[in-house]
Design a protein around this ligand. Structure first.
Ligand code: PGA
Length: 225
């Protein structure tokens, strides 16, 4: 049976108190049978330490990811959070989300530098792309985990997801280019439409934005995946 990855991308949302409430509301996850599911939550950097402490203390079946990584090692790089710092709290990092490509003009060259640094510090990379041209620029490295999230621009935050058939076809094309690595679909995934995607043979999971902010909805997403 394939392992389904369910990744929450909180983007720039929530306060410390709201994060505590979210965690408390999802605590029953401990009692779910999650044998074939892996849950990864990517909050803003500031919540990673407290979330890790809570998850460890409660043995919650959630892994943590960061939403970005510095293309540099530690040193004189004001405002940057580097891979060594992230690895203290998280095992995954999102790179190349379309919002960063658009709003921060992140180039392919910069994204590959970030991927390199993530691998250097033992982080698995969730590399986002909206088309095959972008996907062709991702470089794999032996013994490093690369996960690709296919996120068509028209589907992100619009409530208008791609069709499972199209997303499955894209996932197959990505595997043709990059090899048999996990491929996620992202863009307006919710508890109603998730199973359409996760039951497709070439889709290994989902990247969920807005619907992951509400703990009840996220819980239902996990159950229905
Ligand atoms: P959405 O975002 O689920 O709110 O569409 C997905 C994403 O941007 O990763």
């Amino acid at each position: 049976m394939k392992k389904i990855l369910i990744v929450a991308n909180w983007k720039s949302n929530k306060t410390e108190l709201e994060t505590k409430d979210w965690l408390s509301a999802i605590i029953d996850l401990k009692r779910e049978n999650l044998e074939n599911k892996e849950i990864i939550v990517c909050p803003p950097f500031t919540f990673l330490p407290d979330m890790k402490a809570f998850i460890d203390e409660q043995s919650l079946p959630i892994k943590l990811g960061a939403q970005d990584i510095s293309p540099f090692d530690e040193g004189a790089h004001t405002g940057e959070i580097n891979g060594r710092q992230i690895k203290e709290f998280a095992d995954f990092v999102i790179v190349g989300h379309s919002e960063r490509r658009k709003n921060f003009l992140e180039s392919e060259d910069l994204l590959n530098k970030k991927i390199d640094k993530a691998f250097k510090y033992g982080l698995a990379v969730i590399a986002c792309a909206s088309n095959l041209e972008q996907i062709k620029t991702f470089q794999r490295k032996e013994k490093c985990q690369l996960i690709v999230a296919y996120e068509p621009l028209f589907a992100i935050g619009t409530g208008l997801p791609d069709t499972p058939e199209n997303a499955d076809g894209m996932s197959l094309s990505i595997k043709d280019v990059l090899g048999n690595i996990p491929i996620l679909y992202g863009g307006s995934v919710d508890s109603e439409n998730i199973s359409g995607f996760t039951k497709k043979p070439n889709i290994d999971g989902v990247l969920v934005g807005r619907a992951s902010l509400n703990p009840k909805e996220f819980y239902a997403i996990i159950q229905n995946a």
